[in-house]
Design a binder for this molecule. Structure first.
Ligand code: OSB
Ligand code: MG
Length: 373
């Protein structure tokens, strides 16, 4: 459906996490989140920029994304007539990188189009093959193994279908072994966020005996070749996260045997158009995908739920309940998980939840409004 981008409002929110989240690249205690609100004919669509506070997961960070939006993407978008939301993927196409900033704007355009059409976002993107999204949790590095085991127990009791733990050198083989001893039969996986090199192949091979579903992104964020060399040596499937930003990367990685599974993150790949392209490429090669997370607020979480309803998202993703991260979310109702470890799709137009504007404004520390000339 055709529409024109008449106004864009950026919202910068600051929200403390319920519990710190630690990966191999550092610990997060507070999130800085940019929401992109795109309006046409008095209707708003919402997107979330999923980058971190610092450029450690990838090159993007909140302050940088704000500037990319203000200086490049918004001037290109304002006043633009789109034949459909799929056109929004072209905004910023001449830039190198900055896909999370682009993805926040692109996702907002999909939400806006879905609202203008009066259909749920999952339907607008061609999803909805399942009414319930299978959910897993990502559990960060803890201060002690005992604390980790306690957290895993809590999440299993809540019904989550698979557990992902973060690993890094010194918190890997022994940790995974302790988890396996305590929970012999659970679906378990480990995410290294690029903490290793090929020189650590023997150490990573030691993980083979623990029946992990996969090991996620063990090697450098931009190195598909070395992952191919590592996958040859490992029984455990490698899942790529950071390395895959485009359909082309996915095809190269699959062709080289660098992974057997791919984690798709809406922001990392620059929005729904590229996410669907990667999804389709994986489907045609028999590579299953799952939906990754970036500690999103309710807006990004709701977009992830829609994405995870596409056909090839057959593995439980890192899409979990709002309350795991927030004492109060900016959407209503908060995202909840069933005792079966699933999230049920909603039928409201757009991303399916209402924004709690009063609360959103109370955590907003900065905003800027841009109008078409
Ligand atoms: O690599 O999947 C990752 C969080 C921040 C940065 C990178 C990652 C993660 C997660 C969290 O694993 C997933 C979630 O949002 O629950
Ligand atoms: Mg990851």
């Amino acid at each position: 459906m055709e529409f024109q981008i008449e106004q864009i409002r950026l919202h910068w929110l600051e929200m403390p996490l319920v519990h710190f989240f630690e990966t191999s690249f550092g610990r997060t205690t507070r999130r800085r989140i940019i929401l992109v609100e795109v309006s046409s004919g008095g209707v708003s669509g919402w997107g979330e920029v999923t980058c971190g506070e610092h450029p450690h997961y990838n090159e993007e960070w909140t302050e940088g994304a704000w500037l990319i939006l203000r200086e490049y993407l918004i001037p290109e978008a304002l006043g633009r007539k789109l034949d459909s939301a799929a056109d929004a993927a072209r905004i910023g196409a001449s830039l190198r990188g900055h896909r999370m900033a682009r993805g926040g704007l692109e996702a907002a355009c999909w939400d806006l189009e879905a609202r203008l059409r009066g259909v749920p976002l999952w339907k607008a993107i061609g999803g909805g093959v399942r009414r319930e999204i299978p959910c897993g949790v990502s559990i960060g590095i803890q201060n002690t193994v005992e604390e980790l085991l306690g957290k895993i127990r809590t999440e299993l009791e809540a019904g989550y279908q698979r557990i992902k733990i973060k690993i890094k050198p010194g918190w890997d083989v022994n940790t995974v072994e302790a988890v396996r001893r305590e929970f012999p039969d659970i679906l378990l996986m480990a995410d290294a966020n690029s903490a290793y090199t090929l020189a650590d192949a023997e150490r990573l091979k030691a993980l083979d005996e623990f029946r992990l579903m996969m090991i996620e992104q063990p090697l450098a964020h931009d190195d598909i070749m070395d992952h191919a060399r590592l996958q040859e040596k490992l029984k455990t499937p490698i899942c790529l996260d950071e390395c895959i930003r485009t359909r082309h990367h996915a095809e190269q990685a699959i062709g080289l045997g660098a992974c057997r599974i791919i984690n798709i993150k809406l922001g990392r790949v620059g929005g729904f158009a590229e996410a669907k392209a990667i999804h389709d490429a994986c489907l045609s090669h028999g590579i299953p995908v799952w939906c990754g997370g970036m500690l999103e607020s309710g807006v990004g979480r709701a977009h992830n739920i829609a994405m995870a309803s596409l056909a090839n998202f057959t593995l439980p993703g890192d899409v979990s309940a709002s309350k795991r991260y927030w004492t109060r979310d900016i959407i209503q109702p908060a995202v909840e998980v069933t005792p079966r470890g699933t999230i049920v799709l909603r039928d409201e137009p757009g991303f399916g939840y209402a924004l709690d504007m009063e609360f959103l404004e109370s955590v907003r520390v900065r905003q800027e409004i841009f109008c078409a000339p």
